[in-house]
Ligand binder design. Structure first.
Ligand code: SF4
Length: 321
């Protein structure tokens, strides 16, 4: 039986909007009650349009933003309720790769200082052992000892992301959350970085939560995929099942925009009308109903519940209840 590394239950991330003390407080419901499990050793991806809540989910799991509600169970422990001191033990097991490596690396520090820091903070090894560990991780990510005393601005975008990956991996974490790790890179570099992530996963036994809007990249790297729309998960499935047999009308529209693999393949493009609604005041019932070509009366008032089919494919839509 597969071992569950992380379980998220009823997770909410509502950001308050300051409108002045006389006005009623309003909230952006960036994440609005989501549930999923991540199996040890897999790549679990979160996809959806920008603003759907996928990055907020990643940041909330790492407690970079505190959850409004819900549970984050990592290795059997609900980490939401841990004090800052107790959370330290889990911090080194859960790391993040950011979209913009330039912004996430301190420009005033050399690669040596950047990579030594996490080892020093967590009191790992002697100074000599730390240096050996830094050199080893640099080699694993395709850089070398020669780069130790350079600053982030002296590297290309792809090399900077390799340093960001080394920084995330140096503490031997269990889980890495990669938030759009290749979307700021040239297409030619993207596949090198994706292949590096796959190689690291195999060598270090890592588990990934991969956050992306790029469905081509997601198909290549993921074992399972969750589709998010306006703060909720609308569909979860293993990757091939989702790409071959999308069920939710929103997923179908997203999939119809993926370029075809074969010149003889015919694919009908589904163009969604209207914009993503405001997360401060999401539509009632199914939040997708104002844009859904299959919307029924019930969709306007009743929120669909997740339904799982025999293939382990879960969808939240009244068409399948
Ligand atoms: Fe469309 Fe209704 Fe399904 Fe929502 S519940 S996706 S509105 S059919």
């Amino acid at each position: 039986m597969s071992e569950v590394l992380l379980e998220v239950k009823g997770l909410k991330q509502h950001y308050s909007i300051d409108q002045g003390w006389l006005k009623e407080k309003k909230y952006v419901k960036a994440v609005d009650g989501i549930d999923f499990k991540v199996i040890k050793g897999e790549t679990f991806s979160l996809v959806g349009e920008s603003g759907c809540g996928k990055s907020s989910t990643g940041r909330t799991i790492l407690r970079l933003n505190e959850a409004t509600d819900g549970e984050i169970i990592f290795e059997g422990q609900n980490i939401v309720e841990l004090s800052y001191r107790k959370m330290r033990k889990f911090r080194k097991k859960m790391q993040m790769i950011f979209q913009d490596p330039f912004a996430s690396l301190n420009p005033k520090k050399t690669v040596r200082q950047i990579l030594m820091e996490p080892l020093r903070v967590h009191n790992y090894y002697s100074a000599e052992e730390r240096l050996n560990k830094v050199i080893k991780i640099l080699e694993i990510v395709g850089l070398s000892q020669y780069h130790l005393d350079r600053y982030p601005h002296e590297f290309s975008g792809g090399q900077r992301q390799r340093i960001g990956i080394a920084k995330a991996a140096i503490l031997n974490p269990e889980l890495i959350i990669a938030d759009e790790p290749v979307s700021a890179l040239d297409v030619s570099i993207q596949s090198q970085v994706i292949n590096l992530l796959l190689k690291l996963q195999e060598e270090l036994g890592l588990t990934y939560i991969f956050i992306s809007h790029d469905l081509g990249v997601v198909r290549h790297i993921s074992d399972r995929v969750a589709v998010m729309y306006l703060g909720k998960i609308v569909e979860i499935s293993n990757t091939e099942e989702l790409y071959n047999n999308p069920l939710h009308p929103y997923t179908k529209a997203l999939m119809s925009s993926v370029p075809i693999d074969h010149p003889e393949e015919v694919k009908e493009r589904i163009i969604l009308t209207g914009d993503v609604p405001n997360a401060v005041n999401p539509p009632s019932g199914c939040a997708f109903h104002p844009r859904c070509p299959f919307a029924m009366d019930i969709c306007k008032n009743v929120n669909p519940v997740p339904t799982e089919n025999p293939n382990g494919h879960t969808v939240s839509c009244h068409l399948y209840e």
